[in-house]
Design a binder for this molecule. Sequence first.
Ligand SMILES: [Zn+2]
Length: 427
Amino acid sequence: MGLLLKRGMLVDPVDRRVVQADVLIEGGRITAVAPGLDAAGHEVRDVCDLLVAPGLVDVHVHLREPGLAYKETIESGTRAAAAGGFTQVCCMPNTRPVTDEPEVVRWIREEADRFGHATVHPIAAVTSGSRGEELTDFTALREAGAVAFSDDGRGVQSAMVMREALLAAKRLGVPVAVHAEDESLSGTGAVHAGDVARELGLPGIVAEAETVMIARDLVLAAATGAHVHICHVSPAAAVDAIRAAKALGVRVTAEVAPHHLLLNEELLRTHGGRAKVNPPLRSEADRQACVQGLLDGTLDVIATDHAPHTEEEKARPLADASFGFSGLEVSLPTMFTMFVHSGLWPVEELIARMSLLPARHFGLSGGSLEVGARADLTVIDPFTRRTVEPDGFFSKGRSTPFAGRQLYGWPVFTVHAGRVVHDALWQ
Ligand SMILES: [Zn+2]
């Protein structure tokens, strides 16, 4: 018996169109896509007028395991992914221990497979312990299943080490994902060094701490021909640098996070430590540059930088609060409301930026509803407005600056490898 989704509006980011059709799922794969498929012998779900999209792909999440299960587990994080419409996530290596050995990569994948809520692709550390000194064994980590390399959480301070990393990643055909932060410039800052920090007397992080390292790594990518992927871009000058590098033919892709598209430093006035994230929320001009960069394709994809922490860690005074927001369960509706509900983008463009393109840039399959593809699907309700209520999150991290917002475009039904992993429609 297969699972038949009837009369959905299929979002096709490959051919950039939306068509009404049925989708038949059998044996974990999509076996037919056409209007009026025969329902006999199948479990039928009527998704009339709802959007049926390829499963979303997030190339930047923190699942916190091994070692930091009090913040999140692979089980809770992947369950949150399913609830957010994501069927594949790439997890960052700043775990305890750091994901710098093949055994850790294998353990993460096995742990994710044990629950089956979503496929997890580990990103392995660039350097041993992410200390920025000695390169890890890229070949062994790649063989164990790592899809990219990053010391996310910290910037690789040495240009020489980054150059070696780019060369090693190029040999394997995978990207290095750059957390851009020059520590000689970022210092002990907790927020963006802008008007609000000055007014409130807070130690700030200058935008150049990020832009300097992005510029350096664009130069190194140009010199080596390697693929550099810039994580969570936030300053206007960084968007300009990436745009210029792309024009020169540098192999660069870049991601932007929903909070950098929607929020600016003003949030510090009302949210204190709950507005703390790294890179920080910057000026309104920076925010607008990120939006423009996403619209014109300089910034390729949307990634959550899902960074769960405990309530206690986020409730501390600003200087001591942990950096980061819980993002998986609000990313799609924030972005749908901002870009699709507003009329800026057709829905297929948003789905391309959250599914097809992240998969493509990280060498993953996905982003397609073709017959024969693995059945990873997200059903989206474009009509119903709902309020963000973090108390209902599956993630252990409940801190989001979007709490209380009224949004459209909620994921309501998620299928991963043919299995229903999230069902807010019939359950
Ligand atoms: Zn980062």
